[in-house]
Write a protein that binds this ligand. Structure first.
Ligand code: ZN
Length: 167
């Protein structure tokens, strides 16, 4: 399991200077520390999860986006429900799992879940930048879509516009 903090520090809850500085310098957050602890507890019950990587976690509106290592979503498999219940935290939080280091199209599909991606079209904007328009099936809360677009920009540096077919 790859976590942003030392296993010892996560388990004891008293951080060494190195881990403490990761939070102070903004490299990692208290949210990520909380999730690291949950991941460690889960792996004690399910050895199959021992290869998971926690890259980062970011709250955007009411969505907690958890970025894992490549292939981790498949690795979690049937333990998904339990993992999501454990990391959920506040009552109104939705948990979304995405993977780091995957092709942009895969990342966008993961980010759009539970909506399905019907089409992706990249357009050039007048200022020379690129934006990918992503057409989703069904409907989705617009503020959630804006939050996910922000996450894509901050996390992967990709400019996307998520547009559901039904409004
Ligand atoms: Zn430490």
């Amino acid at each position: 399991m790859k976590l942003p903090f030392h296993e010892f520090c996560i388990k004891t809850g008293s951080l060494c200077d190195e881990c403490e500085n990761r939070i102070k310098q903004g490299l990692n957050s208290n949210e990520e520390l909380r999730l690291s602890k949950i991941f460690l507890e889960m792996v004690e019950k399910r050895r199959s999860l021992s290869d998971l990587t926690l890259v980062k976690a970011l709250r955007k509106g009411n969505i907690l986006v958890v970025e894992l290592g490549e292939g981790d979503i498949e690795r979690i498999g049937s333990d998904m429900g339990e993992l999501i219940r454990s990391v959920k935290g506040r009552a109104d939080t939705k948990v979304l799992l995405v993977e780091s280091g995957v092709p942009a199209k895969t990342f966008i599909r993961q980010l759009s879940w539970p909506n399905k991606v019907l089409a992706m079209n990249t357009v050039w904007l007048p200022d020379g930048s690129r934006q990918t328009k992503v057409t989703l099936d069904g409907r989705r809360n617009p503020s959630e879509l804006r939050a996910l677009e922000e996450f894509a920009k901050e996390s992967e540096g990709i400019d996307i516009r998520l547009e559901p077919t039904t409004r």
